[in-house]
Design a protein around this ligand. Structure first.
Ligand SMILES: N[C@@H](CCC(=O)N[C@@H](CS)C(=O)NCC(=O)O)C(=O)O
Length: 238
């Protein structure tokens, strides 16, 4: 009989943290039930501070009492430690795994910062530059999709895999930022393969159903991010 796994996920009350969503998607792909513990990040719990004392950030997955931090590491951990459940998330081939990890890091370190930079920009010139940056990054992801999917519906092939989750957790942000900035980030004319993939991913039974509505993103930007950026800009001017 398979051992009972106790899984707790420290997430965020906002419901729009792409990193938390990413882990939720990985758990869904594996068909793993878990207890969700939403954190108010303005008043972090002692459990979060003890579980992630370095960064004090969510997500943290607590597996049988042991914390694992940082979403790409958590997703890989879920794939390896809970390998018996559901389909595998990372590609089996070592080269394909390396490529998937490379693009996942590009998404977190380049694509999403450019995307969020569109809203953070304080001049029209800077906003246009960030939009160009985000569109160029998405163009690169179009090429990555063609290369990784090898003609199949997902980056992971026939089923949702590591890169699908790494990018799919941002879908609500691409739409939300685009709507707020008056732009279309996932544009079928510029990146047709990626736009078609996004529609397929959104319709996917497991991971796709976890993409939150754009209203949540807009509320978070208006109530958390804009006040934070405005305060930082005011402090910089003093
Ligand atoms: N690299 C981390 C990023 C995690 C992260 O930025 N979490 C944010 C929520 S979206 C957080 O906990 N922020 C609270 C803080 O930094 O104090 C990951 O992939 O898990």
């Amino acid at each position: 009989m398979a051992a009972v796994q106790e899984l707790k996920l420290l997430g965020a009350v906002s419901g729009v943290s792409p990193y938390v969503i990413r882990v939720q998607m990985a758990l869904a792909v594996k068909g793993l039930a878990h207890e969700y513990l939403p954190e108010d990040l303005a008043h972090k719990s002692q459990l979060l501070l003890d579980s992630n004392p370095v960064h004090k950030q969510v997500p943290v997955l607590i597996h049988n009492g042991k914390p694992v931090c940082d979403s790409p590491i958590i997703v890989q951990y879920i794939d390896e430690a809970l390998a018996g459940n559901g389909s595998s998330i990372l590609p089996a081939d070592p080269y394909d795994r390396a490529v998937a990890r490379f693009w996942a890091a590009f998404i977190d370190n380049n694509l999403f910062p450019s995307c969020i930079g569109i809203l953070e920009a304080r001049t029209e010139e800077k906003k246009a530059a960030k939009l160009e940056e985000a569109l160029a990054a998405l163009q690169l992801m179009e090429g990555a999709l063609v290369g990784c999917s090898k003609g199949k519906p997902f980056f992971g092939g026939d089923a949702v895999g590591y890169l699908d989750i790494a990018l799919g957790c941002y879908l609500c942000w691409f739409k939300g930022v685009g709507d707020m900035a008056g732009a279309t980030l996932l544009d079928a004319a510029r990146t047709p393969e990626l736009a078609a993939w996004a529609a397929r991913f959104g319709a996917a039974e497991t991971a796709g159903s976890l993409v939150p509505g754009v209203d949540k993103v807009e509320a978070y930007v208006n109530t958390v991010l804009y006040p934070k950026w405005n305060a930082a800009a005011a402090a910089a001017n003093n």
